[in-house]
Ligand binder design. Structure first.
Ligand code: SF4
Length: 649
């Protein structure tokens, strides 16, 4: 039987396990990417591993989320990141040079390679045939040290594209259509592999818009085969020699098939406040708009901004709104400026911003209260734009520019008819992506050879190996669906402490109980109790690290979110599953003791533990860890274990 493209790349990089869906596999990682809000912890963990240099073919550190540096802590983080890249041999992309996914795609992404990144939109270069997966910072640090990355073998789904996009429809509409059909949970445990005759009609920037937003489907990653379009893109980037032809075998078998006829697509829009609330633009036409933003890692490239620039050229945007263009990379911004498009945008009344994530996470350009913001981004979760009860719509650059010209949401086909002289701008690539590389510091140009830590940069907390006794006070009893945002909020006033666990831990679970951190510190040993789906949301490893730092030893929940459970193992916390009756009987403040010799039981494969509550009653708690997870837990966490393994080698 033939292989899918995903299986071929995984097979080439497989170091442990079999390619059976649901089985854990270990793969070798070629490239690593980190950004500024997750990167500080990645490098602090790398430092703790006591390695001299990066072991992967390539590692790149970007500064994109907090580029406005409105607090010295952000600037210190950027300086630390530059020093870490220089010390350990990674590429460093300066603040303002662009969003990690855009800059990586332009400079480093290559067909057939594996990539691990500490950012959820890491799958973006799948549009170039790279197999790229987002992960927690510790997994990235370990991969950068040469260790394999472990992941559950996903199911591979064939997304067969037919036809060609009609005028005014775009790649964004294709991924919005996927979200409309499958929902934000539709890709969990899956890789979306795009195939079929429609593929060749899409340029690489269009393909990467689709793979970028596969993350919103919950997919492990998304990937396109390579072809003349890929070769052409790499040649225009001056990297034609990195082209490799890749595709699935003709007789490859997929877990499922989805067919999309591109010629059926029309302009779509995601309405507030979930990316899968997708409707045709015409259904919400007439909604007043006060802000329009074109940019982000989804639609911030030259080929994304040019259509918007062509549409506003020689016109003016409406007086009662603001339009911002934030190029996803300086390369895109520089090319648009050289060709005169920046001047056209400015003349039309558009603000051209520096290359940053900024407004995507509520840092700058926060919408006015009770207003509609139309953005070309990938996420519109409530509050993400920086204001509660926001009203953010997601769409293509064409739909965004149309809204700026009309002052309300409008299908660009209807606006074109109304104006009479506006043509569908299509997608164009520059002859050559010849932007300056001044903002990328290569490893052999490093300006630092030792780590520079400002006062806000702390140490990585390490945990002792698992002991025989685990027990303590029930510090907090929580309801169902506690998110990683509840555990460690991601607002910008807290985000700046991501490299300072001592300070960050003060905010642990503060959204549930403001006094939690104080009580946890005072009690030293503690237990958390929760209902169903504990730890849902992001892969934020701080949500496990901070409770561990405060002395939490075990989490008893009715069920756990998958990634958070992995993070609990990674930071040496014991996750135990309890039934509804046990959950109901436990009260906050109860003393809970795990009766068995925990370390011994974990090592010897125990699948349940007895817990004793207040020396009064007992219950059974389930424990279902893989052999690898048991080893991690027994060692006191993945960092300690990896360190030991490196020392033994
Ligand atoms: Fe994340 Fe938004 Fe930045 Fe993309 S632009 S990396 S989604 S913050």
């Amino acid at each position: 039987m033939g292989q899918t493209l995903t299986e071929k790349i995984l097979d080439d990089h497989l170091v442990e396990g079999d390619l059976e869906p649901g089985e854990e596999i270990g793969i070798e990682i070629d490239q690593v990417l980190t950004q500024d809000t997750t990167g500080t912890m990645v490098w602090l963990q790398f430092e703790a591993l006591e390695l001299d240099e990066v072991q992967t073919e390539l590692a790149a550190q970007y500064c994109d989320h907090q580029t406005y540096q409105f607090d010295f802590k952000n600037t210190d983080d950027h300086r630390f990141l530059r020093s870490a890249a220089g010390t350990y041999g990674a590429y460093f992309s300066r603040p303002g040079n662009g969003i990690c996914h855009n800059v990586h795609k332009e400079n480093f992404a290559a067909p057939g390679k594996t990539m691990l990144g500490s950012d959820s939109h890491t799958p973006t270069p799948g549009g170039l045939g790279e197999l790229a997966i987002g992960a927690g910072g510790l997994d990235v640090a370990v991969a950068m040290g040469g260790g394999p990355y472990f992941v559950e073998m996903p199911e591979v789904v064939n997304v067969r594209l037919e036809g060609e996009l009609p005028e005014w429809a775009s790649a964004k509409d294709l991924i919005l259509e996927m979200l409309r059909r499958l929902s934000v949970k539709g890709g969990v445990g899956k890789v979306f592999e795009y195939t079929g005759p429609g593929v060749e009609s899409l340029s690489v920037p269009e393909r990467t818009t689709i793979t970028n937003m596969g993350t919103e489907l919950g997919a492990t990653t998304s990937i396109f085969p390579t072809d003349d379009r890929t070769k052409d893109y790499l040649e225009r980037q001056g990297r034609g020699d990195e082209y490799v032809e890749l595709s699935a075998d003709d007789d490859a078998e997929y877990a499922d098939e989805i067919v999309v006829d591109l010629s059926d697509l029309e302009p779509l829009i995601s309405t507030p406040s979930m990316p899968d609330n997708v409707v045709p633009v015409r259904e919400v036409a007439g909604e007043d708009v006060e802000q329009v933003i074109v940019g982000s890692c989804t639609n911030g490239g030259y080929a994304d901004i040019l259509p918007a620039a062509k549409m506003v050229e020689g016109r003016e945007i409406q007086k009662d709104l603001e339009m911002i263009v934030a190029p996803g990379s300086k390369q895109a911004g520089e090319l648009l400026a050289r060709e005169g498009w920046t001047a056209e945008l400015m003349a039309a009344g558009v603000n051209v911003s520096e290359s940053t994530c900024g407004p995507c996470i509520g840092i700058g350009h926060v919408p006015a209260s009770d207003s509609v913001s139309v953005r070309t981004f990938n996420r519109n979760f409530e509050g993400r734009s920086g204001i509660e009860n926001d009203s953010v719509y997601l769409c293509s650059p064409q739909v965004a520019a149309a809204a700026a010209l009309k002052g309300e949401i409008v299908d660009p086909r209807d606006l074109a008819e109304e104006l009479g002289d506006m043509e569908s701008p299509g997608v164009e690539l520059p002859d050559k992506y010849d932007g300056s590389k001044a903002d990328i510091i290569e490893p052999d140009e490093a300006v630092d050879d030792e780590l520079i830590k400002g006062p806000n940069i702390g140490d990585v907390p390490l945990k002792d190996p698992l002991g025989a006794d685990i027990g303590g006070e029930t510090l907090l009893k929580m309801e169902d669906n506690i998110t990683t945002d509840h555990i460690i909020p991601a607002t910008s006033d807290i985000l700046k402490y991501r490299s300072n666990i001592d300070k960050l831990s003060e905010f642990t679970l503060s959204r549930v109980d403001e006094t939690f951190a104080e009580r946890a510190k005072a009690s030293d040993h503690g237990i958390l109790v929760a209902g169903e789906n504990y730890g849902q949301g992001s892969s934020r490893e701080h949500a496990a690290m901070c409770p561990m730092y405060l002395g939490v030893e075990a989490v008893l929940a009715q069920s756990f979110a998958r990634i958070h459970k992995a993070n609990l193992y990674n930071f040496g916390l014991l996750p135990l599953t309890i039934d509804a009756e046990t959950y109901d009987r436990i009260e906050q403040g109860d003393h809970i003791e795990v009766v068995d010799d925990v370390a011994e039981a974990v090592r010897s494969g125990a699948e349940e533990f007895t817990i004793r509550v207040n020396d009064d009653w007992e219950a059974t708690a389930a424990f279902d860890a893989s052999e690898r997870e048991r080893e991690i837990l027994a060692a006191g966490g993945k960092l300690t274990l990896t360190k030991q393994q490196y020392e033994e080698d």
